[in-house]
Write a protein that binds this ligand. Structure first.
Ligand code: HEC
Length: 136
């Protein structure tokens, strides 16, 4: 049997193939994000929208959530927060939002947001992806 020898020509032929695969993977990742964002928007409508606007022109019972990821907790200008959230000293990250959805009064005792108890990690993931898409 003939040994398979490394051929530089073969390696060169491989480069475009590897490149195409990488591009394909990132296109799929982008597609996954789009699907997660769309699913997150549905879950947000079901679980959060009745109290939270994502439109700066529309007042809502809860604070506006556009731009919430990366924002300091209790800091949206003009919103009447509870003392508890106003004095909570942290910034909203994906992880903090997950913990909040699961057990908001456990994370910030004394908050006036009613307990929503979204404890399904997949649903949390979708809602976080959606909130990230409106936080850019
Ligand atoms: C029954 C109404 C209600 C529902 C439903 C609700 N929220 Fe809230 N949310 C509030 C209120 C009121 C506050 C302000 C809490 C405070 O001041 O203590 C708040 C605060 C927040 C904050 C803090 C924002 C900031 O500026 O610090 C986040 C994040 C948040 N909610 C996310 C969610 C998400 C995500 C959902 C859905 C899974 C949800 N909320 C469902 C009423 C609600």
């Amino acid at each position: 049997m003939k040994a398979i020898r490394f051929s530089p020509r073969f390696a060169i032929a491989l480069i475009p193939a590897v490149f195409a695969t990488t591009l394909g993977a990132s296109a799929v990742a982008g597609e996954y994000d789009a699907i997660k964002t769309a699913a997150g928007a549905e879950f947000f409508d079901k679980e959060c929208h009745r109290c939270h606007s994502v439109d700066a022109d529309r007042a809502s019972y809860g604070p506006l959530l556009t731009g919430v990821i990366g924002r300091k907790a209790g800091s949206f200008e003009g919103y009447p927060y509870s003392e508890a959230l106003k004095s909570a000293n942290f910034t909203w990250t994906a992880g903090a939002i997950r913990a909040w959805m699961e057990d908001n009064d456990g994370l910030v005792p004394g908050t006036k947001m009613r307990h929503v108890g979204v404890d399904d990690a997949t649903v949390q993931d979708f809602i976080v992806t959606y909130l990230a898409s409106i936080s850019e």
